[in-house]
Write a protein of this length. Structure first.
Length: 136
């Protein structure tokens, strides 16, 4: 019997989407407002889910306190109020799209989640736009 437990989190961050090897017109056409050279912010909402067997002794799949602290230490402290392009090493050469941010978050958390548990990251860049990454 597997159960999925989830924890919501939030961070604010600035980014710019562009490729230095593309001309300005193409960057603007592909990335639109997110190509603003002066950067801009998003209020990101994050849902991290861990799916696995319920521990017989504790009744937990994962201790929510542990999950909360993990998200704080590994994600919020690394990304909140940061310029993703300039201040977060993972995005030095990687466009900080919602897709890539979700993958980076998953990769940061995965080593700290029990190997027998599944990890899912859902990242909302706006209330209507969100991406899901489950590894693979
Ligand atoms: Ni944007």
């Amino acid at each position: 019997m597997k159960v999925k437990v989830s924890r919501k989190a939030h961070f604010n961050a600035a980014h710019r989407l562009y490729r230095p090897d593309w001309e300005d017109a193409k960057n603007s056409a592909v990335f639109g407002k997110c190509n603003n050279p002066n950067f801009h912010g998003h209020n990101y909402d994050l849902v991290v889910s861990v799916k696995g067997e319920i521990d017989k002794e504790t009744g937990f799949v994962i201790d929510m306190k542990v999950l909360k602290d993990l998200i704080k230490d590994k994600i919020e402290d690394a990304l909140d109020h940061k310029n993703l392009n300039l201040e977060v090493p993972e995005f030095k050469d990687l466009n900080p799209t919602a897709e890539n941010i979700a993958v980076v978050i998953w990769n940061k958390l995965r080593p700290h989640i029990g190997a027998s548990n599944e990890l899912e990251v859902v990242l909302y860049e706006t209330p209507r736009n969100f991406v899901t990454y489950t590894g693979g």
